[in-house]
Design a protein around this ligand. Sequence first.
Ligand code: HXC
Length: 520
Amino acid sequence: MQIDKINRERIKNLKEEKHFMRLGGGEARLKAQNVKGKMTVWQRIEYLVDPDTFVEAGSFIELRNENFGLEKSRTPGDGVVTGFGRVNGQLTYIAAQDFTVLGGSLGEMHGKKIAAIMDLAIQNGAPMITLNDSVGARIQEGIGALAGYGEVFFRNTKASGVIPQISVIMGPCAGGAVYSPGLTDFIVMVKDTSNMFITGPEIIKSVTGEVVTKDELGGPDVHMARSGVVTHVGEDDESTLDWVKKLLSYLPANNLEFPPVGNQAGTELNNEIPQENLVPSNTTKPYDVFQVVNSIVDPMSFLELQSEYAKNILIGFARLYGKTIGIVANNPSELAGCLDVNASDKAARFVRFCDAFNIPLLTFVDVPGFLPGTDQEYAGIIRHGAKLLYAYSEATVTKLTVILRKAYGGAYICMCSKHLGADMVVAWPGSEIAVMGPKGAVSIVFKNEISESKNPEKKAVECESLYMDTVSNPKIAASQGYIDDVIEPGETRHIVGSYLLSMTGKRVEAPKRKHGNIPL
Ligand code: HXC
């Protein structure tokens, strides 16, 4: 009887204590989060996971440091909620920082909690999502805070290529703290309420004299359009988390699994959209390759990534006959679709992600070459372009390539040609595969004939037509086995989809090595 009473008392206390912990930094601070347009940490978790699936780990952890009176107030959860739940039915591990507890600052125990949940995610092969909302290292804790970060960075690296890692920046993310997101596969920011920078405006001003606002320095627009750090920017907390859920729906749980298969219906879909109308035959005319991609993949399935960065190349996930694929496409609407430093980096990193997680690659080619000029040479286009060559060559997933129009020079090789191990390369009839375009080529090869002709312009046109018939016509590459076929645009979905379905069992044994040395 007495024991029952003690137990009842303990359960009552436990409930009260858990309730207290759940309030984080208290009602006033929670309210302040909402006033700023931000959800509280628990609102975020509950919005992200499937109903009633979240299980918290380490809820009783608080800081164990007494510097500068830290011990005088409680620090529920030490400023981070960790645990696991289901997202779209898939097991997912989560660490969500609570800004209401010491600004979500990262101290020793906070770091240990994140590290512990990451260990579980790696061991159990499930995606890891962090919801970042933190002022950075907890200054009072000194080495304890630095150790906490180090432990997390180490695990981010160990997890890379094993489980998908997604960082959602939903508040400040300053100082060395940015390197955990920086090591993950996808970084998503929230408009108006998030920023990321290594060194804040105050320190910049005192060191270099430069005056800059937080937003100009590391707001979502900057990271989306200029630095290329960010994958996507959401309007608010809800729509950002919705996007994360959508992203997860394309990904396998880990590197040993295959991506989830969507609605298989679609195999019967025919190409109602006349793709030939989307790609102008005049090779100098720009067009948006987005439309072409959309007309070939399963309807509404294309999820573009980094849409505002290096717009001359388009990347993203889509489904073809229900199967997740990674899309890489030159986009002639920007810089004529040339490959430059940023486009090479953007595509190479994406190709490596897809390869690590068993996601077949579908590449659309319309590329006049590498962008010429001192800017590019000084920025290291040799090193950066090499990344893309390396990434495609290294990838052992199914690699399918469609040449839409121009495929010139080194950039042709780079864009997942047969020479880099593509399993299928097909070209549309109007495409040109050659060292360079007809104009440049005839000005070198037929220089004398043209200058000695009575009508040089007419002669040049004749020579160009001869060049296209004898050199750059895709039938020539097909007759030599360098591409598999020349196909009608309207057949593309059916042919690419059929190749994809026929290659689901592809396995390639690479020679053993510790790891290659990609030109970073
Ligand atoms: C401990 C901190 C803190 C810190 C702020 N707080 N920074 N506690 N360590 N580093 C506390 C505040 O006292 C406050 O407590 C609460 O967190 C919220 O902070 P506010 O300043 O009130 O919030 P806000 O006005 O929204 O401003 C947010 C901010 C600002 C812009 C991020 O806090 C700021 O500039 N902080 C400094 C950021 C920074 O430089 N971090 C260190 C980076 S260096 P109360 O009790 O009032 O709620 C770093 C090195 C890591 O991280 C290296 C790892 C490799």
